[in-house]
Design a protein around this ligand. Structure first.
Ligand code: NAD
Length: 414
């Protein structure tokens, strides 16, 4: 088989990483190296939850991929990207043309459980990012880094969020500055550190990087997920689930949709199909040599009440009547605000939405209903348990961090 290029995906066992690997691998003969330490599987279990849609081991996934496609261009390396030497060995060995960095603790509520969870989130996320950056600089300085940030880094500033620098005027003088970032959780703060670290690495070492500010992703299918053996994870509990995915499960299990506060919090959303298509477009159209490019990766903007209305309408097609239930907002966030986002780069590269939100919602309902028995067993995980203002303990016993994932932290303290 003729390999045309090599891409390493850090975080390839995850919700987004696995479908991205499937998509890039199936498309052509590129070599795709999948790196993961399986931490999300463990961390979700640590709060007594699990992916609603069962997922196979990486070995089973890869053998099913090869059976379906007849290809062997995906290689899996189980490794912790917090370890600098490990990351260095992987990047030196595979000399990738592109590096996709998704390997982070990605739940805002999880980062807010207690001090130990904050520490884990920030150390893990900052370390994985710096390790990848420095190994890239040493071994493949001309490679393109696709770093996954979050729209949540910006917070809700009340003015249009620019895609890239903001032009300001101060005392009659003009300047361009990075758009302010006012993330609303310790997790988002870790993503902000990453943004600054990537931007500085670009400034000091001239690397080529795309820093993606991604909206909230929903759905669980892409075209390459053709059967259960290739499924990607689907989290629905109050700590790990994202809002649309959670709403569908709430409708099915509770006949209710839990609205945080007044439901006027507004965000950008995109389906898993679109997330994968955007990442693929950005990989195929890299930042210029030495360019630091910020891309806002969203498709539609809604408040959480509007989303609930959409879910409620589709629920009826499945014989489900769901009421709205207002619950105390566990987060510290602006309850009503303006939200506008500039997003021109992806459309200029040819991005078009693959399926309507309604179509994707139907797919989610079908898969959730198929796994309803499994969901019933985890029903009590739906209501919020982590409240921003009171998350100040050193260690919450019910949600103890897996000790093996805290080892690195312990070693640093010695
Ligand atoms: N899902 C969303 O709605 C969303 C929205 C915006 C941004 N993001 C970002 O996209 C990226 C992927 O998110 P996801 O939803 O697929 O999350 P995920 O938790 O399903 O995937 C992340 C993967 O990274 C792995 N990982 C974490 N730390 C690691 C380490 N030290 N070494 C090796 N592997 C490690 C995990 O095991 C997991 O498989 C994250 O950076 C997240 O912050 C996600």
């Amino acid at each position: 088989m003729l390999n045309t290029s090599t891409t390493i995906i850090f975080g390839a066992d995850g919700y987004i990483g696995w479908p991205l690997a499937l998509h890039l691998g199936s498309r052509d003969n590129d070599k795709i190296v999948l790196v993961d330490n399986l931490s999300t599987r463990k961390l979700v279990k640590s709060v007594k939850s699990d992916t609603l849609i069962p997922i196979k081991s990486m070995k089973e996934r890869l053998s099913e991929y090869s059976r379906q496609t007849g290809k062997k261009n995906l290689t899996y390396v189980e490794a912790d990207a917090q370890d600098p030497k490990t990351v260095d060995r992987i990047i030196a060995k595979y000399k990738p043309d592109d590096i996709v960095h998704l390997a982070q603790q990605r739940s805002a509520p999880f980062s807010m459980v207690d001090q130990e969870h904050i520490l884990y989130t920030e150390l893990n996320n900052v370390a994985t990012n710096l390790n990848i950056l420095f190994s890239m600089i040493r071994h493949v300085p001309k490679a393109h880094l696709l770093k996954m940030g979050s729209m949540g880094e910006y917070g809700t500033p009340g003015v249009e969020i620019t895609e890239g620098d903001l032009e300001i005027t101060r005392k009659g003088k003009k300047a361009k500055v990075m758009f302010p970032r006012m993330g609303g959780s310790w997790y988002h703060l870790s993503k902000i550190f990453d943004t600054y670290n990537v931007a500085v690495a670009n400034r000091f070492y001239n690397i080529s990087a795309t820093d993606i500010m991604q909206g909230v992703v929903y759905g669980n299918r892409v075209d390459e997920i053709t059967n259960d053996a290739l499924a990607t994870r689907f989290d629905f509990d109050s700590i790990w689930g994202t809002v649309i995915n959670k709403y569908v499960v709430q409708a099915v299990l509770l006949n209710k949709l839990l609205i945080y506060g007044k439901g006027k919090q507004t965000r950008g959303f995109l389906s898993l199909y679109d997330s994968i298509n955007c990442l693929t477009l950005l990989r195929d159209n890299p930042a210029d040599a030495g360019q630091y490019r910020v891309v806002n990766q969203i498709d539609e903007i809604y408040d959480t009440l509007q989303l609930a209305e959409k879910v409620r309408k589709i629920a009826v097609e499945y014989g489900i009547e769901a009421d709205m239930e207002n619950v105390e907002n566990p987060r510290v966030e602006s309850e009503q605000h303006d939200y506008q986002v500039e997003h021109k780069i992806l459309p200029s590269l040819g991005f078009r939405k693959e399926k309507s939100m309604e179509t994707v919602l139907r797919e989610i309902f079908e898969d959730v209903l198929k796994n309803k028995k499994r969901a019933v067993a985890m029903k009590k995980l739906i209501y919020p348990t982590v409240y921003w203002r009171t998350a100040t303990s050193m260690q919450v016993k019910d949600f103890a961090m897996p000790r093996d994932l805290m080892n690195t932290v312990k070693e640093r303290k010695k």
